[in-house]
Design a protein around this ligand. Structure first.
Ligand code: PMP
Length: 438
């Protein structure tokens, strides 16, 4: 059996100093977190010496896997010449030029330190540009921890007096104005756009949309839904904000063009920092002018002590440069192979699972059919337990499969790694049907 004694000891030390023993809600504990000692390529080594194939990659950040040598070398050099300055550096220009050259919606860009900040400034920009307050977003989608981006992630509440549907605030005590000013829509549901958005459209600054919302189930956007959304936005002067913090990894030009989405503002993060903290908000020059000081105070002040720090800029530039169109195509091919093999395993065992995802991303649902709506991803107690059992059986075979998030491939992975993932899944399904799971 696998030994986790050191992880258990570290966790008991951590219990006294961190709420819940961890420094972010998203750390998985079953029942203790796995403490990592080192990462190399597509694997991590935990503090007990177990080697694990990493399908989490720090929540899809590490597209080249761990300790990617070209990044490590460039960053090591940069460490000796200063890691942050109040002054701008050439490195921010180089990364910006690379991103602008690839991402159609990005004519200009500002760098920040996280996806949360990128979404926050995107929403502020949309408000300043339109002069409107309200935000529309899709239930279940994760957009970071800005009050206005997290309200409604977990659905709606009923207003006490009017009975109106309000966004469920992200935490107790959040201002009620947040709940009132965030409209919650259902992804892939044109009826919801008509019911929940159109009546308030003249007050809405932005529709915040992750083209393939991962927390909501890695749902594939339907073309007629994207068309309807675009038409409503254009008709009512609402800005489309594509949150590609996670899904930019789907392609050389990002995710939006793959699904017919042409956003006014786009956010990025994760892979563009090469393993270092980053976020970016971009859009047309006309919209991005809200950040321009032009002699007067800008309409939206945007600062940040570590924003555009040269370490993140250098690491991001190298990581992205090495994501050539050929490299994206290779990840697509591996992803396709994996999803096909997982799907074949499900068909062979006639098991109640479905596989979704695109490019280097995938997710396994304990459902007969691939969910198209967030409401059909909800799991009952039995399904939740089944997914936990699945994560455990992967772990036993040395694979870290994220429990509640999208899983992803990285460029150091090979066909052999992908086939191993599929074999482990197949063995899990075999055990599952033997135990009489139906
Ligand atoms: N938006 C999306 C779509 C995300 O996936 C995430 C992070 N998982 C965020 C925003 C927040 O990014 P960060 O954790 O860097 O603040």
């Amino acid at each position: 059996t696998t030994i986790r004694a050191r992880s258990a000891r570290l966790f008991s030390r951590a219990q006294h100093i961190f709420p819940g023993g961890v420094t972010r809600t998203t750390v998985e504990k079953d029942p203790v977190p796995i403490y990592v000692a080192a990462g190399e390529g597509c694997r991590v080594v935990d503090v007990d010496g177990n080697r694990l194939l990493d399908l989490n990659n720090n929540f899809t950040t590490l597209i080249h896997g761990h300790a990617f040598a070209p990044v490590a070398e460039a960053v090591a050099k940069a460490l000796r010449t200063g890691t942050c300055f109040a002054n701008p550096t050439e490195h921010e220009i180089a990364l910006a030029e690379l991103l602008i050259g690839r991402i159609p919606a990005m004519e200009q860009v500002r760098f920040v330190n996280s996806g949360t900040e990128a979404v926050m400034f995107a929403l502020k920009a949309a408000r300043a540009f339109t002069g409107r307050t309200r935000i529309a977003r899709f239930e279940g989608a994760y957009h970071g921890a800005y009050d206005w981006a997290e309200a409604g992630q977990n659905g709606t509440i009923r207003a006490e007096n009017s009975g109106r549907r309000l966004a469920r605030p992200g935490y107790r005590g959040a201002p009620l104005s947040v709940a009132r000013n965030v409209l919650v829509l259902d992804f892939n549901d044109i009826g919801s756009l008509e019911r929940d958005l159109v009546p308030h459209a003249s007050e809405v600054a932005a529709i915040l949309i992750d083209p393939m919302p991962s927390r909501a189930g890695l749902l594939r956007p339907m073309p007629d839904f994207i068309d309807a959304l675009t038409n409503i936005a254009h008709e009512h002067g609402i800005l489309l904000v594509a949150d590609e913090v996670l899904n930019l990894r789907q392609g050389y030009h990002g995710a939006s063009p793959l699904y017919g989405l042409a956003p006014d503002i786009i956010t990025a993060g994760k892979i563009i920092g090469g393993g270092f903290p980053i976020g970016a908000v971009g859009g047309s020059a006309e919209i991005m002018a809200v950040f321009d000081d032009d002699g007067a105070p800008p309409r939206v002040p945007q600062g940040g002590t570590f924003s555009a720090n040269p370490v993140s800029m250098i690491a991001g530039k190298i990581a992205m440069e090495m994501m050539t169109p050929e490299m994206f195509a290779e990840l697509d091919r591996l992803g396709e192979r994996l999803r096909n093999r997982l799907t074949r395993a499900v068909q062979k065992r006639d098991a109640p699972f479905s596989i979704c995802g695109a490019a280097s991303l995938f997710r396994i649902h304990p459902k007969w059919t691939t969910p198209q709506r967030y409401c059909s991803t909800r799991m009952d107690a039995k399904e939740t337990e089944c997914m936990r059992a699945m994560s455990r059986s992967f772990l036993k075979e040395g694979i870290l499969l994220p429990f509640g998030a999208a899983a992803c491939l990285s460029t150091p992975m090979t066909e052999a790694d992908v086939d191993e993932i599929a074999d482990v899944f197949d063995a899990f399904l075999e055990g599952y049907s033997r135990q009489g799971g139906e």
